[in-house]
Design a protein around this ligand. Structure first.
Ligand code: M6R
Length: 611
């Protein structure tokens, strides 16, 4: 989704901003722009990639040590040069970039038009620019107060940065619902919607919270509420480093992140999985563990891949901890007037920690008295900060829009939580928990083993790169993996794909199967194997092109399938950590053969900050 970079200091602002916007490209966008202040305001913006903006800027290079930049993911108004940010209002004295949505923009726009304002484009942000100007004119206030007064009139969400020509040493930024942080350097301050643009300059950051603004000068910053109450904010130290946000020799971030998984799963378990002691330590939830152990019900809310991880968690918690679980699409949760209260625990799962739907579910459950815990990857993200307690996945920055290492890290945390709860609730015997803990400890090596032999995946990808549809089938723990495999394929290769519980196939999708339909079956040596074999026979009888994810010694499945990709044997509950890897690779390789933009698929955003 949209990205913001701002700079004030001693460097050439346009260089810092363009580099920063490139670091934010992974978030997904369709146009970009900058505004530089150096006695005059120079604004350059265009539809398309940051590289196009760069070309535009080369022709008319604005020098200056203060500026703001933006990548826009269109919500109101098509992606074009006019709707690209920064925006201005009538007197062209200030420029604003904005992430989020001004929900009452239409009513405000009508009022402003009646007052004589003229709009160049269709965005809600331009309405905010005019509103600030109108408030300043009518209220005869200083600029900062005008911004505060305008923000108090808008409904919706914003992360924004404003340059004002009349105050050449001041940058105003504000946040409500859309993340924004300040990077504190020596006589320079950076602003960004996430840490990736600033990590090469400073590790000191201040996270703005909702309804807060900051007044920034080269020498420092002052944070206050938009109601003008001054605040003292904690300065945090960023844990990420620059290598983590570069490709490190891989052609795409997605491939790099797939290959990182042996390491990221291991990082996720470090200090938490005490194999010799048959013990799990999850410090982030230790204070609330009793409440979780005694909960009547666990509700899991998440979106996309994180929702699939949640579904794997459902099987784990019910099996190991005998705890009733419901998995909800976060986006639907609050519209159902959900029955959730102090006896329940809501577990939200989010890689970015900024997904608006998940955040809304979290707030709804909190308001109703439930304990809210989280599994997040991005340290310091809004969801991580608003949950009562939680566990970080420690997978490092995930840049590819298609989530890969975040999924396996989330499932790893869920496995550890389920074992811990099983032990505490007395539903998992010592022997069982010892077996699972031991097995979990072997997963990184098994993932590495899968990643060593990629020939089968390559052959299959080449053969089916131009298929129009794919069907993915799985049962039990591998049903969510079927959903995840289908999601991975459709989002980066644009091939229509559906995931189904294998038994559901005969209730409808079987009608689709003919000699042109690739059917991916996840059929490992688990308690559903015999039933999976029956489903495989049903696909064969209709001449479907069977691709099996199975185990080396599963001769039945390997004999029946046209193609097989094998993964090492593991405990049933942990098999998603292995079976998902070939599916990630399959979708990656197919997308490459189809010459798709793997890391930035069309229309998608990495962090979905609108509802
Ligand atoms: O950051 P989150 O985990 O909250 O994001 C949720 C989904 O938007 C995300 O998983 C999305 O489905 C991915 N593009 C899937 O690869």
């Amino acid at each position: 989704m949209c990205g913001i970079v701002g700079y004030i200091g001693h460097r050439n602002a346009v260089d810092v901003i363009l580099k920063g916007l490139k670091r934010l490209e992974y978030r997904g966008y369709d146009s970009a722009g900058v505004a530089i202040s150096n006695g005059k305001l120079t604004i350059q913006k265009c539809k398309g990639k940051v590289s196009q903006l760069e070309k535009l800027i080369k022709a008319n290079y604005p020098h200056g040590t203060m500026g703001i930049g933006h990548t826009r993911w269109a919500t109101h108004g098509e992606p074009n040069d006019v709707n690209a940010h920064p925006h201005q209002a009538g007197d062209y004295k200030f420029a604003i970039v904005h992430n989020g949505i001004i929900e009452n923009y239409d009513a405000l726009k009508k009022e402003l038009i009646q007052k004589g304002h003229f709009f160049e484009g269709e965005t809600d942000t331009e309405v905010l620019a005019h509103l600030i100007q109108e408030v300043k004119k009518v209220g005869l206030t200083d600029f900062e107060t005008a911004v505060q007064m305008a923000l108090n009139q808008v409904d919706g969400t914003y992360g924004l940065a404003i340059l004002n020509l009349d105050e050449p040493d001041k940058l105003i930024v504000a946040r409500k619902g859309s993340p924004l942080l300040l990077g504190i350097g020596d006589n320079e301050v950076f602003v960004a919607s996430d840490a990736s643009p600033i990590i090469e300059y400073t590790k000191k950051v201040v996270y703005l919270d909702d309804d807060e603004m900051a007044i920034i000068t080269p020498d420092g910053y002052q944070v206050k509420t938009i109601s003008n109450i001054e605040l003292s904010k904690e300065v945090h130290e960023l844990e990420m480093n620059i290598e983590q946000i570069e490709k490190g020799g891989f052609p795409h971030f997605m491939l790099k992140e797939i290959h990182e998984q042996a390491q990221t799963i291991s990082d996720c378990m470090r200090g938490r999985l005490m194999v010799d002691e048959n013990r799990i330590v999850l410090g982030g939830i230790s204070d609330v563990l009793d409440r979780i152990v005694n909960a009547k019900r666990l509700v899991i809310a998440a979106c996309g891949t994180s929702w699939h991880a949640g579904m794997v968690g459902e099987y784990m918690f019910e099996h190991m901890a005998k705890l009733p679980v419901e998995v909800e699409y976060a986006s639907e949760f609050r519209y159902r007037d959900p029955l959730i209260g102090p006896d329940d625990v809501l577990l939200v799962i989010s890689q970015s920690g900024e997904t608006a739907d998940t955040l809304a579910a979290l707030r709804e459950a909190k308001a109703k008295g439930a304990l809210v815990i989280g599994i997040c990857n991005v340290v310091g993200s809004t969801i991580a900060r608003e949950t009562d307690a939680g566990v970080y996945t420690h997978a490092g920055p995930e840049i590819g829009v298609a989530s890969t290492k975040a999924f396996t890290a989330q499932v790893t945390v869920l496995a550890m939580m389920a074992i811990l709860l099983g032990q505490k609730r007395g539903t998992l015997t010592k022997e069982c928990s010892r077996d699972i803990i031991k097995e979990l400890n072997t997963i990184p090596a098994k993932v590495a083993q899968i990643l060593e032999k990629l020939d089968d995946v390559d052959t299959i990808s080449r053969l089916f790169a131009y298929a129009s549809n794919f069907l993915y089938l799985g049962r039990s723990y591998n049903f969510p993996v079927a959903l995840e495999g289908a999601l991975k394929l459709k989002e980066i290769s644009y091939i229509h794909a559906e995931g189904y519980p294998a038994a559901e196939m005969k209730h409808g999708p079987i009608a689709l199967i003919d000699e042109h339909m690739p059917v991916v079956v996840i059929a490992v040596n688990d308690h559903t194997n015999e039933k999976m074999i029956s489903n495989i026979e049903e696909v064969r009888a209709r001449k479907g092109r069977l691709i099996a994810i199975t185990n080396e010694d599963n001769h039945d499945v390997r004999r029946l399938a046209e193609f097989s990709i094998t993964v090492p044997q593991t405990h049933d509950s942990l098999s998603p950590l292995l079976t998902v890897i070939p599916l990630q690779l399959l979708s990656y390789q197919i997308a490459v053969y189809r010459k798709c933009n793997v890391d930035q698929p069309r229309n998608l955003a990495k962090s979905v900050t609108v509802e």
